[in-house]
Design a protein around this ligand. Structure first.
Ligand code: M6R
Length: 611
């Protein structure tokens, strides 16, 4: 987690850093800090969001042309002023910010304590910084050399940026396991956890790789590996506009992103799905089509919402392709010595492309000979780069911490992959294939239809906002949607919610039902419809408050429900892209009605780059 920003060049560094940190707050917002080169390294830091630091240091002399800044998601040490980054070295000459975890920090700390070092925070970052300073002093070497030597001893993940009072134009940066982008301007350089802090200044960026170290000055970018060999930076053109990372008149990013879905799903299908000719073009899948068709199983790896998308994909791929699919939490998969054999196909799903557990799980599977297909949103992210093939979701930047448009983008990509493989394998009839292509093509329009009912969903949210618990029930393709609806509500309203397969309810959760429990049924018209209607009756008989997501015109389900949220008629395979939308809106409006900071829910961060 954590967002990092750096600037070196002729402009005022502080406003660039603060604006950049605000854009990176999705990565963490427990505390904020900046270090500015201003006749020595001056550090200002504070517990809380970026705006709180900004307010606290009004009137200070913040003039500087070089600086670094950090927005934190706490790992070592509670969120507090003293644990906020940047940290300063014992001499006060060095300041450092860090995104990641130094696993062997206590060993290093003990060594330094024996040498007389005193620590002012509980962080692993302060330990690494003093370790670097100790090496620099003992070896009378440059900061760059000291960093290189230190990193050889470090176990863990990091992006670090350092400034040195003795070399005021330079920022030293290094990466392993956490993202780092360097923007190249004219006589200036920008650094960030992603490209958003530099968007209005440059479109030329370098994505730094693991085990690389950068020496960044206004006129110079030197990239080296940890063996001190110079590397040629690979400069890429950014395909991202400023408007994509701004709220554009919406009250929250989450609402904007929910409403963007007709467009983002359209963008995801565009150029790939041609329903009139019956084709799906996905070169990153086509390359591995033979192996996928022959695979005896597909393992899907992901976390959180992406895992829910994986679960929907399991149902779709098994149905259409007749290939065994297993869906794994990346965090479990990586630690349990999974059975993976050469030729197994892994689909790794991730919005950010930086989730630490997913990354390591991929590496584990790759080492065992699996083919890795990434379904990733952030272009150029770590997961996209270590995958053999795959497809981007093209949902654009998702800034609200609760994932919405990335989820529907993942479903669109995974459905196309399933259809493509089924077609090549011959496990789907031509008629059904063509029907599903058309159904998929109509999804953006149908999502727009669902969104027209947002005011109605807002009223439902007002009615139930004070409930203590919620239960979400679904069957088949809608069971993962129930999980996703419950996750959305938990994340942004802090109401306890559970998602369950509707039939499992009788094996335990039904004990929770009384006249105060809202039970959200995802009961759209599909093969399981009659069954879920019976489940609705069972809840109603116990006085539970039934709210349901139903297909337009379903009078029977309406009569069983206290409130309904309607989606248009759609094939059950594509319906999750529709049935999830009312649940996103319900969670959003409940979160807002309860006064929560829905874009930045407590304790969460957008991208979980620590295990
Ligand atoms: O970036 P990823 O898709 O790998 O992230 C996975 C989860 O951390 C993420 O989906 C998380 O559960 C979201 N907060 C859900 O809204």
């Amino acid at each position: 987690m954590c967002g990092i920003v750096g600037y070196t060049g002729p402009r005022e560094a502080y406003p660039i850093i603060i604006k950049g940190l605000k854009r990176l707050e999705y990565r963490g917002y427990d505390s904020t800090g900046v270090a500015l080169q201003n006749g020595g390294v001056k550090v200002y830091k504070k517990k809380g969001k970026v705006a709180e630091l900004e307010e606290a240091i009004v009137g200070k002399n913040l003039h500087a042309h070089v600086g670094i800044g950090h927005t934190r998601w706490a790992t070592h040490g509670e969120p507090s002023d003293r644990n906020a980054h940047p940290h300063q070295s014992s001499s006060g000459k060095l300041a450092m910010i860090h995104n990641g975890i130094i696993e062997n920090y206590s060993q290093l700390k003990n060594e330094l304590i024996k040498k007389g070092y005193v620590f002012h925070s509980d962080t692993d970052t302060e330990v690494l910084l003093n370790f670097i300073e100790e090496i620099k002093t003992n070896n009378s070497c440059t900061l760059e050399e000291a960093v290189r030597i230190a990193l050889k001893r470090v176990v863990g993940a990091y992006v670090i940026l350092l400034v040195d009072a003795d070399d005021p134009e330079t920022i030293i940066a290094a990466r392993k396991g956490s993202p780092l982008v360097i923007g190249i301007g004219k006589g200036e350089h920008f650094l960030g956890s992603d490209a958003s802090p530099m968007l209005e200044y440059t479109k030329e960026v370098v994505y730094v790789n693991d085990y690389e170290l950068a020496i960044v000055r206004p006129d110079e970018l030197i990239l080296k590996n940890l063996g001190n060999e110079k590397l040629t930076p690979y400069v890429q053109k950014l395909d991202l506009e400023l408007a994509a990372i701004e709220k554009g008149g919406y009250e929250h990013f989450m609402l904007k992103e929910i409403f963007e879905q007709p467009q983002t799903i359209y963008d995801c299908l565009r150029g790939r799905l041609d329903a009139s000719n019956g084709t799906i073009t996905m070169s990153g899948i086509q390359q591995y089509a033979d192996q996928i068709v022959k695979a005896s199983r597909i393992v899907i790896i992901a976390c959180g919402t992406s895992w829910h998308a994986g679960l929907v994909a399991e149902y779709i791929i098994e149905e259409l392709c007749r290939i065994n699919v297993e869906v794994e939490y990346a965090s479990e998969f990586r630690y349990r010595n999974p059975v993976i054999t050469k030729g197994d196909v892994i689909i790794a799903i991730s919005q950010s492309g930086e989730t630490a557990d997913t990354l390591v799980a991929i590496e584990t599977a790759k080492a065992k000979g699996a083919i890795i297909l990434g379904v990733v949103n952030v272009v150029g992210s770590s997961i996209a780069r270590i995958s053999h093939g795959g497809a981007y979701t093209h949902a654009g930047p998702e800034i609200g911490v609760a994932s919405t448009k990335a989820f529907t983008g993942q479903l669109a990509v995974l459905t196309m992959i399933a259809l493509k493989i089924a077609y090549i394998k011959g496990s789907i009839s031509h008629e059904r294939y063509m029907h599903l292509l058309n159904e998929l093509q109509e999804i953006p329009e149908k999502v727009a239809w669902v969104l027209k009912n947002s005011e109605h969903i807002k009223k439902i949210a007002e009615k139930y906002k004070d409930a203590r618990d919620f239960l979400y029930l679904g069957r088949g393709y809608n069971f993962p949607v129930a999980l996703e609806g419950a996750l959305k509500l938990k994340e942004i309203s802090y109401i306890h919610a559970e998602g369950y397969p509707a039939a499992e309810m009788k094996h335990g959760p039904i004990a929770l039902v009384d006249d105060s429990l809202p039970v959200v049924f995802i009961a759209t018209r599909d093969a399981y419809h009659e069954k879920i209607v019976s489940n609705m009756q069972e809840i109603k008989a116990r006085k539970g408050r039934v709210i349901s997501v139903i297909t337009e015109g379903d009078e029977h389900s309406t009569s069983l429900s206290e409130d309904v949220m309607i989606i248009p008629e759609a094939d059950e395979i594509v319906a999750p892209m529709l049935s999830v939308v009312p649940l996103q809106l319900l969670a959003y409006y409940i979160g807002v009605a309860k006064g929560q900071d829905v874009d930045k829910p407590r304790n969460l961060a957008k991208s979980v780059t620590v295990e």
